[in-house]
Design a protein. Structure first.
Length: 365
């Protein structure tokens, strides 16, 4: 794990990624707060090679995923992102902004407006607004603009959240996309939305600006993406200029497995994607212990390992692993208190890290 790797022209000091985690610590209405700066600064100080931010809105209204989340909407968001990333970089940690739109997964209670989706018939009739072709075009531009805002804010790259049932995923997956225009129908047309975004980012931010795409390798829903379909998606994304693929899934439990699941249980998903692409692959495999991450890398399952909840439980996860103190790591127990609190619109909590609040305050002050 403790060896460098390059994503495009950006070199990471090690192969541990802290993937996107909802924390609800940002400013109300979207933006950077002292609390979220302290949260990410603590994880950077803990030695992680790459941090991928929480879901970051590119538009307000139906594009709001959480009441207190980061935002990359306009030039007004640039100074806050600069302030955040300047606190992360001194530790040698790289920082990506994850660009997201919740689509049909948006809560009207949070957004105050009707959710939007590629197709209105995927859930209860009348609940969703089906995007017009022109509205799709405008959202493509919003994602491209979000990447430019992130770049001006000092981000080392961006990640397109094309998984977990959110908007980009809804365009890609035949389970969600029932359109018959240029944004739906065939495989190529279902990919059009994300391809336009990827192409626009590369044109606007430069070909060397890294773009990660988070995808579902499997979807446990009728007519959802299967592993063969996911391979085809990954190959198409690489050809279009994606620099790294972050492999996740959409299971009956959602995207975060409970404690009963074994570490590394979904490694076959990442390995299948790695076998068909030449760009780096990130595996989020319920990794709690460093030895499991090392094993996945040694087996050729992936190029980078994603340790999310482990960094909630112990921000020093990497330092302790690399210094031979793995036995001192405060391990995640998979209870999902963190996720449950976010679902209740509360700030993040951790059952084994009772000092999370004090830790944030110490960095803030």
């Amino acid at each position: 794990m403790n060896s460098p790797i390059s994503i495009g022209r950006v070199t990471l000091k090690n192969r541990v990624v802290m993937p996107a985690l909802g924390v609800n610590l940002a400013a109300g209405g979207g933006g950077v707060s002292d609390n979220i700066i302290a949260f990410y600064q603590a994880r950077a100080a803990g030695g992680v090679g790459l941090i991928i931010s929480e879901i970051t809105r590119v538009v307000d209204g139906a594009g709001v995923g959480e009441p207190n989340q980061l935002a990359a909407r306009s030039r007004d968001d640039v100074p806050g992102l600069q302030r955040l990333i300047k606190k992360v970089h001194p530790y040698g940690t790289k920082f990506y902004i994850q660009l997201q739109h919740p689509g049909a997964m948006a809560s009207p209670v949070v957004t105050g407006v009707q959710p939007v989706a590629p197709s209105a018939d995927i859930i209860n009739e009348g609940l969703l607004h089906e995007l017009t072709t022109q509205e799709c075009d405008r959202l493509v531009e919003a994602f491209i603009n979000g990447a430019m805002v992130a770049q001006k804010g000092g981000a080392d790259g961006v990640e397109l959240h094309a998984a977990h049932g959110y908007l980009i995923n809804e365009f890609i997956s035949p389970a969600f996309n029932h359109r018959n225009d240029l944004y739906g129908g065939s495989f190529e047309k279902r990919m059009h939305f994300v391809m336009q975004i990827l192409d626009g980012i590369k044109r606007s931010c430069g070909a060397s600006f890294p773009v990660s795409v988070r995808i579902n390798a499997e979807e446990e829903i009728p007519n959802g993406i299967d592993l063969n379909h996911a391979k085809r998606i990954a190959v198409a994304l690489e050809r279009a200029g994606a620099d790294v693929i972050n492999v996740s899934c959409l299971s009956q439990e959602g995207c975060i497995e409970p404690a009963s699941y074994a570490q590394g249980w979904k490694k076959y998903m990442a390995k299948a994607i790695k076998e068909v692409v030449n760009i780096p692959v990130i595996a989020v495999c319920n990794i709690k212990e460093p030895k499991v991450g090392e094993q996945l890398l040694n087996e050729g399952v992936c190029d980078l390992i994603g340790v999310g909840r482990g960094h909630l439980a112990d921000p020093q996860w990497c330092n302790k692993a690399f210094e031979g103190r793995a036995n001192e790591i405060r391990l995640c127990i998979g209870c999902n208190v963190c996720f449950k609190e976010i679902c209740k619109l509360n700030r993040v909590k951790c059952a084994v890290n009772q000092s999370l609040g004090k830790e944030i305050e110490s960095f803030t002050n």
